[in-house]
Design a protein. Structure first.
Length: 122
């Protein structure tokens, strides 16, 4: 196997295989990203059986980016000069908040999916 073959990662997203070039140090992150996207697509597809896969993929992508931006905004407001104990307390609080945020985001996703489903019927 050549060195170039080691830089190719195969991902299966929504039942379709993709072969992508990726440096070895970034492969685990790419694989994880593919798995997250695949799970989101499957979740939305179960809820909207009549929506084309292209629209489901866009919704899943928007959902993932929205979550990323929400988490990025939350982490940028935290300061780095806190004690480890304060950081641990915040981490525990964030875990419980993430559970609530997760259900709120899922409700938002469902609402968005329902609205798009209704629009696609027009």
């Amino acid at each position: 196997m050549s060195e170039d073959d080691q830089d190719i990662v195969t991902l299966k997203i929504a039942g379709i295989e993709y072969q992508l070039y990726c440096p070895p140090e970034e492969q685990s992150t790419l694989i994880e990203a593919g798995e997250i996207l695949d799970k989101r697509i499957k979740s939305i597809k179960r809820k909207t059986r009549n929506l084309p896969i292209e629209k489901v993929a866009v919704l899943a992508g928007l959902d993932v980016v929205n979550e990323f931006l929400s988490n990025e905004g939350a982490s940028s407001t935290e300061t780095n000069d806190e004690s480890p104990e304060a950081t641990d307390e915040k981490s525990a609080a964030n875990v419980s908040e993430e559970k609530v945020d997760s259900s709120e985001e899922e409700n938002l996703s469902l609402k968005l999916v329902d609205e798009i489903s209704e629009l696609s019927k027009l």
